[in-house]
Design a protein around this ligand. Sequence first.
Ligand SMILES: [Zn+2]
Ligand SMILES: [Zn+2]
Length: 131
Amino acid sequence: MTSGCPAPAPTYAQQQMRAGTIAAGLRHLLHYIQSEPAVGQALALIDTDDLRGPLDGAGLQLLLHEIEAEHDRCAALAERDARRQEAGHLDGAACTCGHSDTLHTRHMTEDDRLPCHRPGCRCHDLIFELR
Ligand SMILES: [Zn+2]
Ligand SMILES: [Zn+2]
């Protein structure tokens, strides 16, 4: 294990520069929000806890990909739960292909299917037998 030196505390001059840079960015953004309220509404939708880097084009693009993936994942899991409940099964129930629901994809196909992931399984969609 290496114990590096702790980063030196920033000087007031550095802190001042940083605050000035952020303030300039915020003024710029506020200007856009005032002239284009839709920008402000869009920004208000973003949870800054989800951000792990700067809020620049690349950062927003990355966040968008992550949020879309999360949206897809939750949509697939919600669909899985709905199908399972509809059929009256509990968590971890098996599909008609014999594999557990958790072995099925967590990404809905274009035509709303949840195929099985198990190699060699030809199950095209997660289906529970009615109880
Ligand atoms: Zn299946
Ligand atoms: Zn299967």
